[in-house]
Design a protein around this ligand. Structure first.
Ligand code: ZN
Length: 358
C-alpha cells in the first residue's frame, strides 16, 4: 500500500498527533523529527483531530509543557551527563502494536525510542549536558504510568584516610553526616578495612571510602569538607578524592592489622618471666573468637612483649577479623587467663592495617 493511502486510513480511524503519525513513517525521513514528518504527511488531507492523541495521550502535543516539567525535576540535581528512559502504560503499548498490525512496521519507530531520543536531544540542547549511555550521572525516567518524571542520580564514591584520635569517638557517624549534608544524598554508606572497636584509636591514617546514594550535589568541595570534619577533635581525615566502586573490593579484601596494647598491673615483681613465657606460647596460635554469633579463628602472627615498671606493652598482629577486646578476656586463649594476674588496659592503638597479597 502506498504511503498516502496508509496515512489516509490512519487519519480516518484515529485521533492522532503529528508526532505519533510521523513516527509510523519515521524510516521515510530519518533525519527529520517525527513531528515534521507527521505535519508533512497530513498536509494533503483535511484532518481535524477531535480529542487528544489516542496513542501518546497528549504527551507529544504538549511536548513543551512536558519538557518544562522534566527540567524542573532535573534542576534539583547537579550533573554533567544524563540518559533518558521511559515507562509506558500497557494500554499505550497495545494501541501502538495494533496500529502496527493495521499499518505495517516497515517504516515505524517505537514510541519508547521516539520519546527517549527526542527528550534527550532537547535536554542536551537546552541544558548543555552530555548523554552518557554507560554510566550517566543521572537517569531521567519519564514515567507515563504515574505521570511524573523520576530522576535517579548514580552513586558517587569518595575515598580518603582517617585517624581516630580519641576512643569512643564516632568516626563513622562524623564522616557520614558531613558527607550527607554537603552532597544532599539520600544515604551515605561508610566502608573501611578491618574491625574498628570503640576503645581503639589509630596512630596512622586508615583508608576509607564513602558511597553517596542519590546525591543532589556531585561537585563537592572536598578540601572544605576535610576542614569541616577536622574541626572535630576526635577524628581527622585527609587525602579526600573521588573514587570508584572497585575500591570497595580492596577494602573488603584480607588485611593484616597490628596493635599495641598497654596493660598496667597493681604489682609486678618476680612474675615477669613467667608471664613472658606464657605469652610467648600464644605466638602463631589461632584464637577462637565468637563475635555476633559467628565463630572466627584469627591467628596471632606476632606477639612482642616488653615490661616497663608495672606496665606491659604488647605489639601484636592478626587479620582483620580479629577482635582485640575479645582477646583480652573472652576468647580461647585470652590474655587474662594466660597472664594470670589482675591488670588494667591503659590503651589500645591500631598501628597499621595492610592489605594482604592473595
Ligand atoms: Zn500522539
Amino acid at each position: 500500500m502506498e504511503v498516502k493511502k496508509r496515512v489516509e486510513k490512519i487519519l480516518e480511524k484515529y485521533n492522532i498527533c503529528d508526532t505519533c503519525l510521523g513516527r509510523q513513517f519515521h524510516g521515510l525521513y530519518p533525519e527529520k523529527s517525527n513531528k515534521e514528518i507527521g505535519e508533512k504527511l497530513k498536509y494533503d488531507f483535511d484532518y481535524r483531530k477531535k480529542k487528544e492523541c489516542y496513542f501518546c495521550g497528549g504527551f507529544f502535543e504538549n511536548f513543551e509543557k512536558e519538557l518544562k516539567k522534566i527540567e524542573r525535576e532535573l534542576k534539583k540535581y547537579e550533573f554533567h551527563t544524563f540518559l533518558v528512559g521511559s515507562e509506558f502504560p500497557r494500554k499505550m503499548i497495545q494501541r501502538e502494536e495494533k496500529l502496527w498490525e493495521e499499518n505495517g512496521v516497515d517504516l515505524c519507530e517505537a514510541i519508547k525510542t521516539n520519546l527517549n531520543r527526542e527528550v534527550g536531544l532537547e535536554l542536551r540542547k537546552r541544558l548543555g549536558k552530555e548523554v552518557d549511555f554507560e554510566i550517566p550521572d543521572v537517569m531521567v525516567i519519564v514515567d507515563l504510568i504515574k505521570n511524573k518524571t523520576i530522576v535517579q542520580a548514580s552513586p558517587l564514591y569518595v575515598e580518603g584516610t582517617y585517624k581516630k584520635i580519641l576512643p569512643r569517638s564516632k568516626i563513622q557517624k562524623t564522616i557520614e553526616s558531613n558527607f550527607l549534608r554537603k552532597s544532599k544524598s539520600e544515604k551515605v554508606i561508610f566502608y573501611s578495612a578491618g574491625r574498628m572497636e570503640e576503645n581503639v584509636v589509630t596512630s596512622f591514617y586508615k583508608d576509607f571510602l564513602v558511597k553517596l546514594k542519590a546525591p543532589r550535589k556531585r561537585r563537592l568541595n572536598l578540601r572544605e569538607l576535610e576542614r569541616k570534619i577536622n574541626q572535630n577533635k576526635s577524628v581527622k581525615v585527609k587525602d579526600l578524592g573521588y573514587s570508584k566502586k572497585k575500591k570497595i573490593e580492596d577494602l573488603k579484601s584480607r588485611h593484616l592489622v597490628s596493635y599495641s596494647v598497654v596493660l598496667k598491673f597493681g604489682k609486678l615483681d618476680g612474675e615477669k618471666k613467667e608471664i613472658a613465657d606464657s605469652l610467648r606460647k600464644l605466638e602463631n596460635k589461632k584464637v577462637h573468637q565468637e563475635l555476633k554469633n559467628k565463630i572466627r579463628k584469627p591467628k596471632i602472627s606476632k606477639l612482642e612483649r616488653k615490661f616497663e615498671d608495672k606496665k606491659l606493652k604488647l605489639n601484636l598482629e592478626s587479620t582483620e577479623n580479629f577482635s582485640i577486646n575479645d582477646f583480652l578476656d573472652k576468647s580461647k586463649p585470652n590474655l587474662k587467663d594466660t597472664i594470670g594476674e589482675e591488670f588494667k588496659v591503659k590503651e589500645i592503638v591500631m598501628k597499621s592495617c595492610r592489605k594482604l597479597k592473595k
